[in-house]
Design a protein around this ligand. Sequence first.
Ligand SMILES: [Zn+2]
Length: 290
Amino acid sequence: MEKNSLITVISEECLKHENPYEPSSRLIPIYESRNRFEYKEAKEYEEQILNLVHSKKYIQGIKDMRIDSSSDTPINLHTYNSALWAARGAVTAAELLDEYKHSFALIRPPGHHASFSGSVIYQIPWGFCYFNNIAIATKYLIKNKKADRIAILDMDFHYGEGTQSIFKDNDNVRCFSIHGRTHFPPVKAFSAGNLKSFTIPIESTIYIKTLKKVLEEILEFKPDRIGISIGLDTHKRDMFAGSIGEGLETKDYYNIFNLIDKLDIGCYWILEGGYNAQVIKEVFLNILSE
Ligand SMILES: [Zn+2]
C-alpha cells in the first residue's frame, strides 16, 4: 500500500483531567487548529491495554482514587478516564502506522515518568504521569505482532526513566533518552544494556549532533518501528528549558523531524511535556500542516 505521510490522533477526553501544573489548556490551541491537518479520534481500546505495562493494584488505585500521588500529580474525578484515553490515543497512533509513515498522538496526561507501579522510587504517580502511553503502545505492537523490534527515542526535556525501567533487558526494544540537565526526576540517567542516556545542554548544535549519533545507533538496531516521546519543554519559550537559559527554536523541531523522516521507518510520536500552549501549536503546525 502506498503510505500517506502524516496523521494526528486527538481525544477531547484527554482535556478533562485537572492538574494546574500540566493544564488541559496546553492542548487547546492545537486542538482548535485541527482543520489544518489530517486527524482521527483515538479508538476506544479496552481498558486492559493498561495491564500491558502496569500492575493491577496501581491501575485500580488510580481508578478508585485510592492511591497517594506526588503533590504535582493530583488524582481527581477525571484522571483515570483522561489517562486511559491518552493511552488509547498512543495505541491508535501506533496502529495507524499500517497506513501512515508518521503518526502523532497529541494527548495528555503524559506518561514517560510512569513505571510498572508509578514512580520508580515511591510507587505512586509522579512527574504529571499516570500511565506510560508510549510503553503501552510499544507493548501493544509487539504483542499483536505488528512489530518485532522497536526503538524508543525520548526527546522530552526530562529523562524518560519510567519508560527505560519498563523495557530494561527487553531484547525487542532499545531505549534512547536525550534530555537536559535538571533536578527531575531525582534518579541518575545511565546507559547499560539496551538503555542509553544522553544528558546535554539543550542547544541547537549540540542537540542535532547528539541526535544524529543516536539515529545511527537506531539504524544499527534495525527497528521495524520507532516510538518517539516528544516533549516540547525543550523549547526556548517553555518554562523548563527557558528558565535555565537553554532551549531549541521552532525551526529546530522541523529539522529534527526531517532527520528522522529520512530513516524511512514508521514513527509514532507521543506527546510528553511542553507547557507553552502557543509553542505546542506552532511546532506541530509547522510539521503537520505542510
Ligand atoms: Zn518534561
